[in-house]
Design a protein around this ligand. Structure first.
Ligand code: NAD
Length: 443
């Protein structure tokens, strides 16, 4: 079993990569008959961009029979209203999670708040017997990690972590090639992620610029990359030694303001971002500023930026592989390059997401066999967000079809280990020493 079984025949569980059965129903949770026939009672906490798009409007469009949205909760009541409008539903909105659960009795909760708040909603929902899907990163520090793992043990329930990157055809292809033994035993990996002056800069405009909210890009962003690597290698991280600096954004700027719309430097700032051209962003954020003062077009040069824009890490895995990893957040192009060195050859992937020159195709996977030939590997093109990962993830969760074991839904172990790699990296920068994963939590 891969995803959520249909309600008519469901036995109240779903299965994760670990093979664990996930309880959906528990005492106190409404019976399925209280939802529209065949649909799960579905609530979302944190109703911003990801909630209203991927886990709201798009989900209802692609899988209209999967869920019925019964409640939307956000600390910003105006944004909860805006999300309801954008999703196109007529459910109740809340600022209190407890009130939402009491009044709407969801069966399934989607957690899409800012990163630092995921853990407390995951734990609260598990305690109430509600099935949880959380956006990445599952947690931002080791204390939250232990709380989520302990809550699962205590309640006997398992969560799903929405690792869409695993589901894009190009990343699946890498997994399949490595598992087939194409390069023999992997010995080391080079992995570089390039965030450009548009997408990379966007992290420094928003709440992500504060480590208290997103745990630094070593956690917020790299959880995707570290999860891919754990999955690709079929191994756990053991030790991390890292460096991190802030070289371009934050206090590095020659001038600054609060946000772009009212900025006196807009004519000369290359990072000026005009969100007034995007009606969706205006509705979701500008129209809601009176409630929380949050600026979606915040200045990338604000002095409170306390995350890194230049990061590298050396990670050692349980199968003795070492990975040299880097993320840079002000590159002239966007994409990534990963290369696996193996005893029988080398597997390389170069992903070209955006660059000031023409590239065909967008993703290139090349297999070079030692003493042999170079072979270009064909890749199916994914449709929709995140190179097809978003649509394939819906299918894995709501489609109900059998999938190979390596495509089963990721759970808390994957959520934890990917974040712990980043948490260890952050700690390594702070304390200038290698950090072992086993120092952080009891898995
Ligand atoms: N898997 C992916 O590819 C992907 C892509 C984008 C975002 N995400 C994840 O989705 C989550 C949301 O990101 P986003 O881009 O929608 O951000 P966003 O800023 O648009 O939305 C976050 C929302 O959380 C709300 N919030 C903050 N604290 C809260 C609290 N204590 N209780 C309830 N609501 C609270 C904010 O008011 C805001 O509406 C993040 O965790 C992010 O990492 C994942």
């Amino acid at each position: 079993m891969a995803g959520l079984p249909p309600i008519a025949s469901r036995r109240d569980f779903m299965r994760t990569a670990s093979g664990a059965a996930l309880a959906v129903a528990a005492s106190g949770v409404p019976s399925p008959s209280q939802a529209a026939p065949g649909k799960r009672r579905y609530a979302i906490v944190g109703t911003g961009h990801r909630a209203s798009g991927m886990w709201g409007k798009q989900l209802l469009t692609r899988h209209p029979d999967a869920v019925e949205v019964v409640g939307l909760c956000d600390i910003n009541p105006l944004r909860a209203e805006a999300a309801r409008e954008l999703i196109g539903v007529s459910c109740l909105t809340f600022t209190s999670f407890e009130k939402m659960c009491d009044e709407t009795r969801p069966e399934l909760l989607m957690v899409t708040t800012v990163d630092a708040e995921h853990a407390r909603y995951i734990v609260a929902a598990l305690e109430r017997g509600i099935q949880v899907i959380t956006e990445k990163p599952m947690i931002v520090d080791e204390v939250q990690c232990q709380a989520v793992l302990d809550a699962e043990k205590r309640t006997g329930r398992r969560i799903v972590v929405a690792f869409n990157y695993r589901y894009s055809p190009k990343h699946r292809k890498v997994k399949e090639l490595l598992a087939s033994g194409a390069i023999g035993r992997v010995t080391s990996v080079d992995f570089s992620w390039y965030l450009d002056v548009y997408h990379g800069a966007d992290y420094f405009r928003r709440w992500h610029r504060l480590r208290a909210k997103g745990g630094t890009l070593f956690v917020h962003k790299a959880t995707h990359h570290f999860d891919l690597m754990n999955w690709w290698l079929d191994a756990d991280p053991v030790q991390v030694f890292a460096s991190g600096d802030l070289k371009r954004y934050g206090a590095q700027g020659a001038f600054r303001h609060t946000h772009c719309r009212t900025c006196p430097f807009k004519e000369r700032c290359q990072f000026h971002f005009d969100m007034t051209k995007d009606p969706r962003l205006m509705r979701l954020y500008a129209d809601c500023e009176s409630a929380d003062g949050y600026h979606r077009d915040g200045c990338v040069f604000r002095e409170d930026v306390d995350i890194f824009d230049t990061m590298s890490a050396l990670v050692r895995y349980s199968n003795d592989v070492t990975m040299a990893y880097s993320v840079n957040a002000f590159m002239p192009f966007e994409g990534h390059r990963v290369a696996f060195n193996g005893e029988l050859g080398r597997l390389e992937m170069r992903d070209y997401e955006r660059q000031p020159w023409d590239v065909e195709p967008e993703t290139e996977i090349v297999l070079v066999r030692s003493f042999g030939k170079r072979e270009r590997i064909p890749i199916e093109k994914g449709e929709g967000g995140h190179a097809g990962g978003d649509n394939a993830l819906y299918q894995a969760i709501f489609g109900g079809a059998e999938v190979p074991s390596h495509m089963r839904l990721p759970g808390s172990r994957a959520g934890a280990l990917s974040c712990l790699t980043g948490i260890a990296a952050r700690k390594s920068v702070d304390e200038q020493r290698p950090v072992r994963i086993s120092e952080l939590v009891r898995l």
